[in-house]
Design a protein around this ligand. Structure first.
Ligand code: GLV
Ligand code: MN
Ligand code: MN
Length: 410
């Protein structure tokens, strides 16, 4: 069969996405497979089984990244693809999983056609991409490229107080492969857009050229508990008020800075969290993103200044803890151009894109020429059980991935 006419089996891809989504399925129709939980282990077991059924050599590294390798005709630097299968607590079935399962379908399609590439093909599944349980996000790929020492990663504690290293051991995915196991010739990750652009414009494929910088902090506020009825407003040291003020400030900060700046306070806890008690403590998280590093630093500076004045005015103590900080990333122009050419050849509409979300590919970009393929997310909804991508778009993305990998591996 001629390579040019190859297409992946879209029905099979959809069926496998559903099978994986059944692990950690939630009542809302979504998926909860937080990193290194029993559900993550079960998902990994299933993916490993699918890889082994295709005869891939499966190996796990010390941070739990797992790789399935299909040999090439030459033993040389492989072409890599892949993504993650951990989810946020309120995730859907496509974020990350599409990139992994499409990679496996690429292998199956090549096997069925009896086609062997010159370079090996590797499908990677990276640990804790979401960062929803352990900070930072993209932790497995970050460690893989040498951006975070292994022991530091092991020592990270999750939102449930568990140590990452212990949880990795507990689920049986603390492997012993050398790190980095592969230094790829190139890396391409397929992912749902998770934003509204492709869906709104009716375009099937995004060739991702760059990705926003990400700044995560935890802000801890220490005030004083007191009676909600008897304490005059001017005498309060109210951590709950400060938490709310930070949330409101973030919205105005994004509005003032404009451009691509986005600001989110996604988590907040109050203590003692009672109706008639002024909160003595509050913890909030801050997620700032911008495609421009200087603008992102300006957002961080303005937030720091606001926290200073808030602490002074309310008579509370405010401390910040850095959870993640990644500069904006430019992907490889050659790989992005190849994706664009492949999409056109396959008859799909395509446009250049910026990624608003973080992805493992941004870490692999430190190691080798890298870019990403996006497919539309209906109404741009993601990190939500309602996350959806049309089956024909899943298949189109997987086809573009297939032919991009084949060219890179030729
Ligand atoms: C990962 O999904 C992120 O962008 O936060
Ligand atoms: Mn993802
Ligand atoms: Mn995600």
């Amino acid at each position: 069969m001629k390579a040019e006419s190859l297409r992946i089996d879209g029905d099979r891809l959809v069926a496998r996405l559903a099978e994986l989504a059944a692990i950690g399925a939630t009542d809302e129709g979504g998926c909860c497979r937080l990193a290194l939980t029993d559900e993550d282990r079960a998902g990994r077991d299933l993916v490993c089984r699918w890889m082994r059924e295709l005869g891939l050599e499966v190996r796990v590294d010390p941070i739990g990244n797992l790789f399935g390798c299909r040999a090439g005709t030459e033993d040389t630097a492989p072409v890599m693809t892949g993504s993650h299968i951990d989810t946020v607590r309120t995730g859907g079935r496509y974020d990350g999983c599409l990139g992994v399962l499409a990679g496996i379908e690429v292998v199956r399609t090549l096997d069925a056609a009896g086609l062997r590439t010159r370079r090996p093909l590797v499908v990677g599944v990276f640990t804790n991409e979401e960062g929803a349980r352990f900070a930072p996000d993209m932790l497995g790929s970050l460690v893989y490229v040498g951006g975070l020492p292994l022991e530091e990663a092991y020592a990270r504690t999750g939102i449930d107080g568990k140590r990452l290293g212990d949880e990795l051991l507990r689920i049986g995915y603390r492997g012993d492969a050398p790190m980095p196991l592969y230094r790829p010739h190139a890396h391409v990750e397929l992912h749902i857009e998770q934003g509204p652009v492709l869906d709104a414009e009716g375009i099937t494929i995004g060739a991702v050229e760059n990705l926003q910088g990400i700044s995560w902090q935890e802000v801890s506020i220490a005030g004083e508990s007191n009676h909600a009825g008897t304490t005059p407003m001017r005498l309060r040291h109210d951590a709950g008020y400060c938490a709310a003020a930070i949330g409101a400030f973030l919205r105005s900060l994004a509005r003032e800075l404009g451009g691509s700046q986005v600001c989110t306070m996604g988590a907040m806890t109050l203590h003692p969290n009672l109706i008639n008690v002024i909160a003595s403590r509050a913890n909030v998280t801050v997620d700032l993103r911008n495609t421009d590093e200087a603008a992102l630093q300006e957002a961080e500076r303005r937030l720091a200044a606001f926290l200073c004045s808030l602490a002074r005015d309310e008579g509370v103590t405010i401390e910040t803890r850095r959870l993640a900080r990644f500069e904006p990333v430019s992907f490889d122009a050659g790989v992005a151009a190849l994706i664009t050419r492949v999409a056109a050849r396959l008859g799909h509409t395509c446009r250049p894109m910026t990624s608003g979300a973080g992805h493992d590919a941004q870490m692999l970009a430190r190691l080798c020429p890298t870019a990403m393929v996006f497919v539309p997310s209906v109404k741009g909804i993601s990190h939500n059980p309602a996350e959806h991508t049309a089956p024909e778009h899943l298949a189109a993305g997987a086809d573009v991935l297939l032919h991009t990998l084949v060219e890179l591996a030729a």
